[in-house]
Design a protein around this ligand. Structure first.
Ligand code: PGA
Length: 243
């Protein structure tokens, strides 16, 4: 695993945008696997800046997102579809028809998961998959468990994730307790993987990831099976790694 330790969140965001830009330049109609959460927000801002400056062209780019709450309407300001529109898609020259997020309003979640896998397969390989990492080591919403799912599936959110994400919900807003998420196999099929982690709350998960071992108690550790993973993090996220 390539590990890039940065001084600041801003530096992390620029380095992450560099990785995406390199993929876009090598293959203009690339498939980007995208993530939500607070970690990639700076990277999206940097990609928007480069698009405004004429350095990047999103018009031929296709995207697939990792996950979505369930049930939730795509218009709900808490949905990951809304997050992607406001943080990236509405700010760059991408064709929204080329952007995919699991449909949190689907009546039949199992059918939606199957359709989402088929959609990804039809796009061919994801060129680069961006990931955050949960405090509990989740990637997407693949939560620690005794067994992990290979494909896109409906999952209950763990207490740890509900606690971590409660900060995005104001009082009175109902937080979904389930989600649709790409599975471990869906993620691991990407050509390249870019995982971002900042802050001391991620230090345990990053230490397990960098131990090189695999455990379903830390789904991110399965990235050790992939031969092209880049971790971009700050010193606080690295603080429990034995060197
Ligand atoms: P965060 O979430 O970027 O908001 O910390 C990351 C994750 O849970 O995957």
């Amino acid at each position: 695993m390539r590990v890039i330790v940065c001084e600041t969140y801003e530096e992390m965001s620029v380095r992450a945008a560099d990785e995406i830009a390199a993929v876009m330049q090598a293959r203009p109609d690339c498939v980007l696997g995208l993530a939500t959460g607070s970690t990639p927000v700076g990277m999206y801002d940097e990609l928007v800046r480069r698009c405004d400056a004429g350095e990047l062209d999103f018009s031929p780019v296709r995207t697939v997102n990792l996950d979505e709450y369930y049930p939730i309407s795509p218009d709900n300001a808490q949905s990951y579809r809304y997050f992607m529109n406001t943080n990236l898609f509405d700010r760059v020259n991408i064709d929204k028809k080329n952007t995919a997020v699991p449909d949190g309003s689907a009546e039949d979640p199992e059918a939606e998961c199957l359709a989402y896998e088929q959609k990804i397969a039809a796009l061919g390989q994801v060129d680069i998959q961006v990931l955050g990492i949960g405090q509990n080591g989740h990637i997407g919403f693949n939560e620690p468990d005794s067994a992990l799912h290979p494909l896109t599936h409906l999952t209950a959110l763990t207490e740890s994730t509900l606690r971590a994400n409660a900060r995005f919900f104001s009082q009175g807003e109902v937080m979904p307790t389930a989600a649709l998420t790409m599975g471990m196999g869906t993620i691991l099929r990407a050509k390249k993987i870019l995982i971002l982690a900042n802050g001391a709350s991620k230090a345990d998960a990053v230490a397990t990831l960098l131990s090189g071992m695999l455990t379903t108690a830390c789904p991110a550790s399965f990235l050790n099976l992939h031969d092209d993973v880049t971790l971009i993090c700050d010193g606080a996220a690295m603080s429990k790694v034995n060197v």
